[in-house]
Design a protein. Sequence first.
Length: 670
Amino acid sequence: MNIESARLCPSSTCNQILVPCPWATAHLLRRLPRQVVALVFAFLLCGGGVSVFAAVPNSLVIDAPEPLQALLRANLTLPDPDEMITDNVVNLPRAAIVQAAELTATEGYFAATFKLVRDVGNGRSNGLRLVVEAGPRSAISAVEIIFSGDIASQDALKDGASDRRGTRQQAKQDRMKQLRDAWLLAKGSPFRQADWSQAKRELLQNLFAEDYPAAVMTYSVADVDAEDATVRLRVELNSGPGYTLGAIEIEGLKTYERSLIDRYNQLYVGEPYSQRRLLELQRALQNTPYFSSVLVDINLDSNFDPTLPSVPAVEDSPKTITNASESDLATRQVTGVLQVPVRVRVTEAQPKRFSVSAGFSTNNGARGELIYRDANIFNRGWLLAVGLRADRIEQLGFADINLPQTLSGYRDSFGVLAERSRNQGLLTRREGVGVARAQNRGIIETRLSLNFQREQRDVDASLAANAAPINNAPRDALALNYSWTWRNVDNVLDPRSGQVINAQIGGAAEALLSDQNFIRGIFKIQQYWTVFKNDLFTARFEGGITAAESRVGVPEEYLFRAGGAQSVRGYGYQSIGVSEGNATVGGRYLVASTAEYVHWLGASASPQWGVAAFYDVGRATDQPKGLFPLLSGVGMGARWRSPAGPLALDLAYSVRDRKVRPVFSISVAF
């Protein structure tokens, strides 16, 4: 028997598969009166209608193996137990038998039998028990995936022709092989209706994700042999023609010029259709401050040609294929390559916005922020951001202007800031101005910046007679810095596997408006491994060096301190460094590392809560020999997956200080 055929959406651009309910086993249906069978089939085809039964009564015991027990308990409809006892005889309604068979068939059990008996256990006098003999679970015995359309067409080579046709033909053969290899239901695996539907859905999605956006599934059938407990699968897909991308059609622009979208467009006319490439443009536009919503797709309707043969819809009811040519007649070949316009539909955001935010961390305490943004100053799409930020340690005012992305993908910005910070006995005040150029290319992000800043520092100190003098003179630096980040993780906000690497190099010279010659380098790496099913192991390393004659004259921003969240937990924020007077100041050398294991609770694919254990080490000093031995912190904590990333609440023990400190942070990759 065939358990299913695919029904197609009338529009070839919809690509939607509607999956009807699975059909009961043939040997069971033959035992039922025709009137009952007709009523049940009508019930199923109409979507279920209104049930004449109630849900499974709580007093009814279901004796079945998992997962059938939970499935029947949640979906089987039965009358009250008293209504199933007539003249002291226990009867299971035939409609209930049909429904139970339908449910067990979805899990691959096509020979299940059902018996309703009295359950007199546990002091029950009139209880009922539904006994289910599941029989063997059917397994996949064969899988046949047939392609038609352009992907299966033969591009014959002519004498003297180039290798372009041969290359394209080989690419199509490789593509069909990749699609078949990616099929989720391999031969020998158990049959489940949910897996069968998912496998077809992903096969079709994988086909129209590249080159073939008009692909459709023309037929699908699961041929069940209940006696042998096997299922033969057959799926037929028509790729339709191949498509390349044409010119961009933009809808929704009112305030901005078309050239603003062109700056973010990396598509070119004539490239093969790719769903991934369209999504890249959509994300790039969505991440700008100019639009509240963006949709990038293709306009297949603009390319409609009535002379092309259409792909007919397959009848809704199941059908047994007795001759392979019967399926071939249902699939009309549509070959060739067509060009399709790219449609960009945008809704513009309000250019002027004022935002207020608040937050808290164990590093800086409570924090408040006020920001005013104007995304269209001078009517050129320049973004102005002016803000004030204050917490227990730092108070900051800034004004930045970000220019729209260039045609080459660069993002330029410039701005000014004034900051005051008091922490670990050190008070600093700095003013600065800077320019920067950033670029994203796939998983690689680069940033080049030039900043001039003046820093005034004040060390909290009551000096003894023999103490070294403290230099609180202003420190100027015109520093050039280059940053390279390689971010290859499965999820930026909640990584489960992959790695993030960051390297920075920069410096300043006395000959160029600076008080000290120095070169500063930083290297960071963070690695994620999924352990077992839900657990996560993370390892992080950070090292830094500021090569200079001494730290005198080097602003604190270009020196190193450690301690606190995202550093060595168990120690105060930036409390690990160089002692100067009664303060802790930055040193020229840094080493820090973390090992953390998170066990996520629950059996779901994405549990919300977890517990963690970690071990941190690190130190910041002014001399290389002072780095060792490293200071260490150890602890445990809780994790919660929030929309902004995993929130971490830890209790960390400082091995040096022998103190326990709470640490609250968002656990994201740097």
